[in-house]
Design a binder for this molecule. Structure first.
Ligand code: BGC
Length: 815
């Protein structure tokens, strides 16, 4: 869809969203549409997420607070049932809202939508991990009040959030009331959402289901001490429990010579709400500061009292540390994160800001997700019901593997922990091994529409792809053999049983599957699936052999545990070797599947006959399926993930063929197209697709940022920089760097953590510089612009050959 160029400069209104390399800023109250700003300014640590709702707790598109894994279940009622369809829906729950700290001056409520406000700024600081807002409010009575608030979801203490509200009476005495609350929004407590800005009820399958019944049943409430309250609930369907506690502390500072005013307090704790109200008649110049510590704990089993106990542990510890120190810790934590993860586009502050916002989203989605998954929207919204998809493995995990390997390992362990459920699911569908759910929270398949769900069997190979990527990047062979091997064996068994050898045994085919492209479903021999299954089968056979050689004793135990037969492993290899790879000699391209090229074409860009977009909101699936039209990169994704098995000529032919057919209706597409376009030397298109991915949320390019951040696209942005323009490749653990720097960029710097050490790569117009930035051993060999080098402390500059292609004629110098 490169046909319409996109102009990065005009995407954002810079008067509202000024450029700052380390912060996202909104400089006018409600300068960004409410739902979008709630997503853009959301805070999360991967365990706890809070949308960017203002502390007044009023106007909003969606008040969102999420605890990773906390979900409700409900029976899926198929109008026409069939064997093996998903039985139970899973939906992320809106955890009790602890954001509200309402302000009243002379009993007038502050409400941004109608207030008279000057000097407004709200910003999300990527180095501090704090959301700040400040402005001066002129009350209806004409008094000027400075209002400043901070919010931080702790990266170090995953159960903790820290909020503050400061109110300064600039010129007059006033009666100030602050009401700090916990609210069960899920079941409609308070203004749930503003009808004017709320999402409409129109069809959009990408949104979460609305749960009509009561979800959170109150099970426990307590006020353990002044300013503290805890509410606990149980989800009616899933039985999961959640506890939320707040501890409030108000300090009042009066100008010199003024007597300290009386602080009136009122505390009320009910089943669905808790509030702590402070009332002060304060002289001019007074500063009131409310600090609010908030803790969340959730569980599958334990009751309310235990959750309240855990919350109070978290709050006590946080109080001992103190707000300042908590913020300092956050800054240090982030300093280390950016050292590992920052990507710098030289001299391009606009792009830089957007790049860092995207990388910050990856951090927010994954840092403390631990053995929970990474939802498609992170913890920033309810889009896709809070489900985990292949987005994690293919789009996010490469970033984690090369910047925060420990997070990558956690994400893989999360799948490993689901293996039992995946085995049961394979069994239910009459397959061997394990079949992972296409979308899930609790390990069960939750995709009601099997054609675009369960049929995406490629998820198994995607997980193995991520596993091998992590192992090659980190060198963590222990993890591979201790935990990874189970994944390899069960997925290989699955593929062998899903596909079949043709009658003369000349080929291995896989039928009735859906590839990544959801606009062509239940097809035979989807190229992506076959290529990835081949990779999966080979990886399994290789690792089994590796274990036999390297750990003979453990190998015996493993063979017994899995009842693994030699014959079986031989068959995996044979299936891989004979895997049918569709190729059309006439067109010189890889058909996406057996039927694809036979279908009718639908000219995407024809204003008369072209389809309305996105297709999924305008056409019956059958209308879409009967055309040669695709939602997202499919063959082109295979060209990237398994790039070493395709020739440049094939890549070019495939890319050229599929590009005009690709709607990009999924945000998982542009970033991949950008990488292959860059590889092929299609600089303009590569940039175009990159910009579409980079600004997909910041400029709300798909119109649904209000539902949450497109986390896969954010991961794709990192990959477009590192693999696309940065030219990094790591097939089979062999590292190469062949940069494709965009014409108008002066340089690009990225970091990769490889085998526990960190290297820095700086691409300039004619050179690539590599250096070991952190770690105790050199990294190599790495092939840089065709030269095999070992990367050590002393920076190496490799000259990119002037008129020879990449990989040839490179020259090298020590700098
Ligand atoms: C895409 C899938 C993706 C899902 C969640 C869909 O629109 O087609 O590939 O996994 O969104 O992001």
């Amino acid at each position: 869809m490169h046909h319409h160029g996109i102009d990065a400069e005009s995407l954002l209104d810079r008067a509202t969203m000024p450029v700052d390399e380390w912060r996202l800023i909104e400089s006018r109250p409600e300068g960004i549409p409410l739902g979008v700003s709630e997503t853009l300014f959301a805070l999360s640590n991967g365990y706890l997420g809070m949308r960017g709702n203002p502390p007044e707790g009023r106007d909003s598109a969606e008040h969102g607070t999420f605890v990773n894994g906390l979900h409700e279940t409900w029976p899926i009622r198929h109008a026409e049932d069939a064997y093996g369809l998903a039985r139970e829906g899973q939906t992320i729950v809106n955890a009790p809202d602890a954001k509200p700290m309402r302000l009243y001056v002379d009993d007038e409520p502050l409400r941004l939508a109608s207030a008279e406000v000057v000097d407004y700024e709200r910003c999300l600081d990527f180095r501090e991990g704090v959301l700040r807002r400040r402005f001066i409010w002129r009350t209806p009575g004409g008094k000027r009040i400075r209002v400043t608030s901070d919010r931080m979801v702790s990266l170090q203490e995953k159960h903790l959030a820290v909020l503050s509200l400061e109110v300064e009476l600039l010129d007059s005495p006033a009666a100030v009331t602050i009401s700090s609350q916990l609210l069960n929004r899920q079941d409609g407590e308070d203004e749930y959402c503003d009808p004017a800005t709320a999402q409409g009820k129109e069809l959009d399958p990408r949104r979460a289901e609305t749960l009509e019944e009561r979800v959170l049943l109150p099970i426990f409430q307590t006020e353990s001490e002044p300013g503290r309250a805890t509410l606990a609930f149980r989800c009616a369907g899933s039985g999961m429990t959640v506890g939320c506690a707040m501890a409030n502390e108000l300090t009042v500072t009066v100008p010199e010579g003024e007597p300290a005013p009386h602080v009136g307090t009122e505390q009320l704790t009910e089943e669905d709400t808790a509030s702590m109200v402070y009332q002060v008649n304060a002289p001019a110049g007074t500063v009131l500061r409310l600090e609010k510590l908030v803790a969340y704990h959730s569980s599958r089993h334990v009751g309310g009292e235990e959750l309240a106990f855990r919350c109070s542990r978290t709050l006590n510890r946080a109080r001992r540390v103190g707000l300042r120190a908590l913020q300092d810790n956050q800054r240090e934590w982030l300093e280390r994160f950016w050292e590992r993860s920052d990507v710098v586009i030289h001299d391009q502050p606009e792009l830089q800001q957007a790049v860092r916002w995207n990388i910050f989203q990856l951090l927010q989605a994954s840092a403390r997700a631990e053995v929970q998954g990474i939802p498609a929207k992170g913890m920033t919204g309810t889009g896709y019901g809070g489900h985990y998809f292949w987005d994690t493995e293919i789009y996010v995990l490469p970033f984690l593997a090369y910047t925060s390997p420990a997070f990558a390992r956690s994400a893989l362990r999360f799948r490993r922990n689901m293996l039992e459920a995946a085995r049961a699911r394979a069994d239910e569908l009459a397959h061997d091994g394990a079949l992972f759910p296409w979308r899930t929270i609790n390990g069960q398949e939750s995709s009601a529409y099997y054609a675009a769900g369960t049929a995406q069997y490629h998820i198994d190979a995607d997980i193995v792809y991520a596993l091998m990527k992590y192992v090659h990047a980190s060198g963590d062979v222990d993890f591979l053999l201790d935990e990874g091997l189970d994944l390899l064996i069960d997925t290989a068994r699955f593929w062998l049983s899903l596909g079949f050898f043709t009658r003369d045994r000349s080929g291995f085919q896989i039928h009735s599957v859906t590839g990544p492209d959801e606009y062509n479903t239940v097809v035979n021999n989807n190229l992506y699936t076959n290529v990835m299954a081949q990779f999966n089968l080979r990886a399994a056979a290789d690792v089994v052999e590796q274990m036999r050689a390297e750990r003979p004793q453990e190998f015996e135990a493993m063979v017994r545990r899995h009842a693994l037969e030699e014959e079986e492993v031989r068959e995996w290899r044979e299936a891989a070797d004979r895997m049918y790879i569709p190729f059309d000699e006439n067109l010189g391209i890889h058909p996406q599947d057996d039927q694809f090229l036979l279908r009718k074409r639908w000219k995407l860009d024809d204003p008369e006959t072209g389809p309305k977009r996105p297709l999924l909101l305008h056409y019956h699936p059958l209308t879409i399926y009967r055309h040669q039209i695709i939602k997202q990169a499919d063959v082109v994704l295979a060209l990237f993930l398994q790039g070493h098995r395709f020739t440049e000529e094939q890549k070019r032919a495939d890319y050229d063929y599929y590009d005009p057919l690709t709607t990009g209706d999924s945000t998982l597409s542009a970033v991949v197209q950008s990488i292959i376009a860059a590889e092929l030397g299609y600089g303009r298109q590569a940039m175009d697709f990159f910009i579409r991915g980079l600004y997909v949320d910041l400029a709300d390019l798909h119109g649904n940022t209000a539902d949450g951040v497109h986390v896969a696209s954010a991961g794709g942005v990192w990959q477009s920089l590192v693999y696309g323009f940065g030219g990094f490749r790591d097939h089979g653990g062999r590292f190469t760097i062949d940069p494709r720097l965009p014409e108008d960029w002066s340089g690009l710097t990225y970091r990769l953590t490889i085998h526990g050490c960190r290297i820095r790569v700086t691409v300039r117009r004619r050179t690539v510089e590599v250096a070991l930035e952190e770690g105790d051993h050199a990294i190599g060999p790495v092939t840089v612009a065709g030269r095999e080098v070992v990367v050590d402390r002393e920076p190496l500059t490799i000259v990119i050959g002037a008129d020879s292609g990449p990989g040839e004629g490179a020259d090298m110098a020590n700098t």
